[in-house]
Ligand binder design. Sequence first.
Ligand code: CAO
Length: 391
Amino acid sequence: MAKRKKAAKAKSKAAAKKTAKKVVKFTAKKLAASNGLPRPSAKPWGQAGRALDGVRILDFTHVQSGPTCTQLLAYMGADCIKVERPGIGDITRGQLRDVKGADSLYFTMLNGSKRSITIDSKHAKGKEILDRLVKLCDVLVENFAPGALDRMGLTWEHIHKLNPRMIVASVKGFGPGPYEDCKVYENVAQCAGGSASTTGFRDGPPLVTGSQIGDSGTGLHLALGIVSALYQRNRTGRGQRVLCAMQDGVLNLARVKLRDQQRLKHGPLTEYSQYGEGVPFGKATPRAGNDSGGGQPGWILKCKGWESDPDAYIYFITQAPVWTAICDLIGKPEWKTDPDYATPPARLPRLRGIFDAIEQWTMTKTKFEVMEICNKQDIPVGPILAMKEIA
Ligand code: CAO
């Protein structure tokens, strides 16, 4: 018995030694080879090419959502070949034209860094050229109205047969369902994606935002889908379809409002100023004016000059960790210990009064002065910057 035990011990010792030897033998070269990556580049940072060098995009995009996506890919190094309709081109070339006779800024701001070609995709010769391009490219991106790509003969089956490695990426207004055949523009998506119903003031109509969350937002989502599909292709050798619906893109960006819809089942949304004002909640996430979308209450407050300057305002966040600094700053040191104000839950029903008091202070300073003073104390604030101040 003891002999057997001894033999087993010796055997396992030998096995361990063997494994240990193996581990020691794993040189950097072998490790790199084991996960399929090349050895780390020795070139200086920024001189090893761009992330998407070598990727070729057949860019069938127009207007804003699709071009935003392909432009991002072009910025990352992809070679974008933008295909336009002969004699017509991307409609934005001539829309909102700022300089007579030149492509509009609307077009150039979305299509820089790309190459352009006109091809009639419904002409036999055009189809032949497109088939050749399909074989040469890695990704086809399009944001035609639903069904248009198929009507050109560029069905998934056709493309996949010509080039099984190709990724076919699309923006559409809606995903599968009753609206999937609808044409969609930015504000349609903002409305259908839940953003408009939750933007604006409670006593006013729904509002769209100036940020292009439907178009540019969906273009961004699509770019991530394409890059992921390219990454997966390294493993599978096969392309795939990628679809981003603008409604879904907007809903994803409005996710905190979707969160609030789900929270409503469990009681009122105490961080909304409506709660402090004693206004009951309905069945849907309400419009909340300038309330913050997170757990730290905030509001837009007037600053010096607001009577004549439409942008003399600041976003002020009463972040809990800096509450005492805020009290000292606005001349309300007693609020630091007053049980009605000392804790975040105690403050929630009093937000309107609190922001009124803070505003009395911000109105004595310009938005930039408020910014400087507050940031020195770690109080998060954001000046309302006009486009002329950023451009
Ligand atoms: N050669 C020949 N025909 C071409 C062509 C080319 N190179 N490029 C486009 N066409 C044709 C299309 O095939 C289509 O013809 P059919 O309808 O007869 O098949 C026609 O041009 C019009 O294309 P479209 O329907 O995409 O364009 P539209 O101006 O009528 O609609 C838009 C524009 C944006 C509403 C629609 O494309 C759409 O809903 N796209 C998806 C959602 C989207 O991206 N919206 C964001 C737009 S940015 O605000």
